[in-house]
Design a binder for this molecule. Sequence first.
Ligand code: CP
Length: 348
Amino acid sequence: MRHLIDFADMTNEEWYDLYALAKDIMARPLDYKDALRGRVMASLFYEPSTRTNFSFQTAMLKLGGGVFGFVDANTSSVSKGEKLKDTITMCSTYADVIVMRTPVEGMSKAASLYSRAPLINAGDGGHFHPTQTLADLTAITERRGSLENMTVGLCGDLKYGRTVHSLVRALSRFPGNRFVLISPKALAAPQYLLDFLREKGIEYRETESLEEAIPELDILYMTRVQRERFDDPAEYERLKNVYVLTASMLAPAKKNMTVLHPLPRVDEIAMDVDGDERACYFRQAECGLYIRMALLLTLVRGGKFEPEHIPPETRPHRCHNPKCITRKEPYIPILEEDGRCGYCEAEL
Ligand code: CP
């Protein structure tokens, strides 16, 4: 069974194939209108969404398929205490593909253990959001023709921003990229991500100043401070407007810089930036539709991703991360990958 839990489930060659397929769908959409006729997508959204939910549903409908699911798990038997294992086992007998967004880190990966259909992680807590990464890479490739040799600034909530975590790891696989991590200390990138960059020998630096970083950037990836991940509302209030990109701040930026944002935005990009030719975030969201169409086609038709390797081991220790799925549903077997939890990547 092939799933997309992390961009790492895909080879670079598979990415290029997927991008080519998305471009073909953009060019000839009607040629694909019956491509998944008779197939069904389960859309399980345990957490709010506009773009990911609607673009996946639109993608399946434009391919001729059908959709069922929920946008509030409390309308399903989850509200009666049904375990993840049973929900997924059942849905995967009805559906040809499952798309799942959750507030719990590692929950999509855990669900994939029990799914008889390909399962796509549409965002798991503050962990990963690989299909947003696919949209990001599509937008960047369209604008620049390549994913290589860029200085990429990531600004805002690098601690909880799952889109940042997925994108940094994805762009690290393409040569010549370096990263400028722009955040207050309280929202700095998690240690596992910094360790990942260090171990791969990828150049990065951390700064608190957006203004100082702007002139050197090829890509500026703005992010929202993730209110829903904060345990302390006062801490969110203190940090929520720490960065606000305005049109005048783009004056020293490269003329061909690309401004991205996974959206939704709150106040971190002023609306006067929208008219700047470097602003690419609405096109980025639109790209998400076509790359998700390509992904659904590939997975439902038995695409080429490598099978997940799930070791059947059960270890005595448990993950320390209180937000990990293994803490919420303790029957899920512990997976260890290089000393880290195989679901949320916390150090074991
Ligand atoms: N970028 C993104 O995931 O947006 P939604 O939360 O609206 O799906």
